[in-house]
Write a protein that binds this ligand. Sequence first.
Ligand SMILES: [Zn+2]
Length: 194
Amino acid sequence: MSLPQSGQKGRWTPQEVREYLDRYGYGHIIDELYDAGYRIKSYDRMVTTYIENGEIKSREVPANGSHSDSTIRIRANLSVKEAASVLFHEYLHFKIEIYQRDDPESWLKEEEEVRYREELFRIDVSKKAAELGRVEDMLGPKIAGGRRNGIPDRNTIHDYVEKKYRPFLEWTRKMHPKSDYIPDDDISRKEWGK
Ligand SMILES: [Zn+2]
């Protein structure tokens, strides 16, 4: 098990993420989430617990964020711009309603669409950041090959989701793991500023 080291990638604060999103015209997503009754939390470690051969086991999942039951969680140990991108990713899961509980395949379809639109967001932010001369705000492609000639590459994103998410989906359907977040810190609306 390898734990992210504190401070290695920097830890974001809600106010910094808000300022970043506001700068590029996306700050409204925070208000939309709270208006819809969402809670936003941060964590250092995501641990899933499951039963295998009658034994209780647990393993750490290296996810940077998650979305379930009107709660969005973002890993604390991320840079401001990557935390903003993860928040936008999880916001897209709230906005895009492809996933149906009785259709596991739709879970993969939704992830693919979310990743496609997250890449559009990263491209848009980077274009605006370049115009402002804020090179440090620019975001590269989220996955290798996920962007070609300045546009998201749908095939690469599709293959990535198949390779990374399908085995996880199948494992989840078999094992019914329960996820715990350590810590599981609630961020109040006020903490984002404004
Ligand atoms: Zn996702």
